[in-house]
Design a protein around this ligand. Structure first.
Ligand code: SAH
Length: 372
């Protein structure tokens, strides 16, 4: 069984030759008719994966309070843009806005901008934020790209957004970095192969890494969205908070497919599985610094949430809850902040990119500025 998108990818490869991993990933996730995010809501128990805001309301609430503190540090601009990249079902933003009602001036000054390509998820976001629109009379705006968000100081939130950006991969053969491409194998199946000529771009991209062993994989995230984000904050003021699973630089193939909460073969069923790569926070920090921003972190998600008061928030919820619900709150705390297998506290990292006038962002320490 081949998917409709696989047919199309085969035709493209037959016409143009093997395609970069980033092109393959972009088609799988964003193809206008068959792309994974275009055709479905992938989140939740019946979908393919679950994210922190879907695990517990505490996640979005704490991020909302962080945003209030960041806004106060920015000098309480009114209006300002509260932007979310890839908002999924809109749960994080809805929880954040509800928690932020503690400081009514924040909500009154916030103009909500969602950057989202999926028509299915835009609908879910509209439902999640209908109560906010009703209460404030403010309309939420949607955009396809960061570049389309109107000017002005901004607080930008991105949870599990950067992992969906296409990556290119290069393999060290001992003689050079050779780009990995998706081609057609001897049995007619989609297969990975290497360019015979070494890449001319890769050596510069690998320059900050230790010398590779043969077989090492260099993975490079598409830089357009990160550059657009950083350039905007440098020009207009504000801060961005990126939360994702990832690392702070190194070698490794992290391209993975998830289907029905299980790992799958990234080349099987194109368009039917979620494809992601771990975020290279060192590169993100570097792109921010190149634009003139200061980078802080990456902190582990568990530490970040602890600093924002996860324990106190959980206690408060448990005090008012029935025994079953209290156990669910305790389980959510472990899932979000625990450091064991399958828990997010250590695997997920938090990086802030701040305008240099802002100082050290809330929940970060001056010693945590990324200066590598
Ligand atoms: N932040 C949400 C959803 C994460 S899933 C949560 O934590 O639950 C990734 C989100 O990014 C989805 O909303 C998806 O549609 C969106 N997305 C993926 N690639 C995108 C792109 N290139 N531009 C805009 N949105 C994108």
């Amino acid at each position: 069984m081949t998917t409709p998108l696989e047919e199309e990818i085969r035709l493209l490869i037959a016409a143009e030759g093997p395609m970069p991993v980033s092109r393959y990933m972009a088609l799988c996730l964003g193809h206008p008719r068959h792309g994974y995010y275009v055709t479905r809501d992938p989140l939740g128990a019946r979908g393919d994966f679950t994210t922190a805001p879907e695990i517990s309301q505490m996640f979005g609430e704490l991020i909302g309070l962080w945003a209030v503190a960041a806004w106060q540090q920015m000098g309480m601009p009114d209006p300002f843009r509260l932007v979310e990249l890839g908002p999924g079902r809109g749960t994080l933003m809805a929880d954040a806005l509800r928690a932020a009602r503690l400081v009514p001036a924040f909500g009154a000054a916030a103009r909500i901008h969602l950057v989202e390509t999926s028509p299915v998820l835009r609908k879910a976001q509209a439902r999640a934020l209908a109560a906010h629109e009703e209460r404030t009379g403010e309309r939420v705006s949607w955009h396809a790209r960061i570049e389309d968000v109107p000017a002005g100081p901004a607080i930008v939130l991105a949870n599990e957004f950067l992992d969906a950006l296409p990556v290119d991969q290069y393999v060290w053969t001992g003689a050079g970095w050779h780009e990995r491409k998706v081609g057609i194998g001897a049995q007619g199946q989609l297969t990975f192969g290497l360019d015979t000529a070494p890449s001319r771009m890769a050596p510069a991209l690998a320059a900050h890494l230790p010398p590779p062993a043969p077989g090492a994989v260099l993975e490079v995230m598409e830089s357009g969205p990160a550059r657009a984000l950083a350039g905007r904050i440098a020009a207009e003021g504000g801060i961005a908070l990126a939360i994702d699973y990832g690392h702070a630089g190194g070698h490794g193939d992290t391209l993975q497919a998830l289907k029905a909460h299980r790992f799958a073969d990234p080349l099987a069923d194109p368009g039917e599985a979620d494809l992601t790569a771990h975020v290279d926070f060192a590169r993100l920090a570097l792109l921010g610094r190149e634009a003139g921003l200061k980078a802080f972190g990456p902190l582990e998600q568990g530490d970040f949430l602890a600093r924002l008061g996860l324990a106190a928030r959980a206690d408060r919820l448990m005090r008012d809850a029935a025994p079953n619900a209290a156990a669910a709150v305790a389980a959510a705390v472990r899932r979000l902040a625990g450091t064991g297998d399958g828990e997010m506290g250590r695997l997920f990292k938090v990086l802030a990119l701040a305008h240099p006038h802002l100082g050290t962002p809330p929940a970060f320490d001056p010693s945590e500025e990324f200066t590598r």
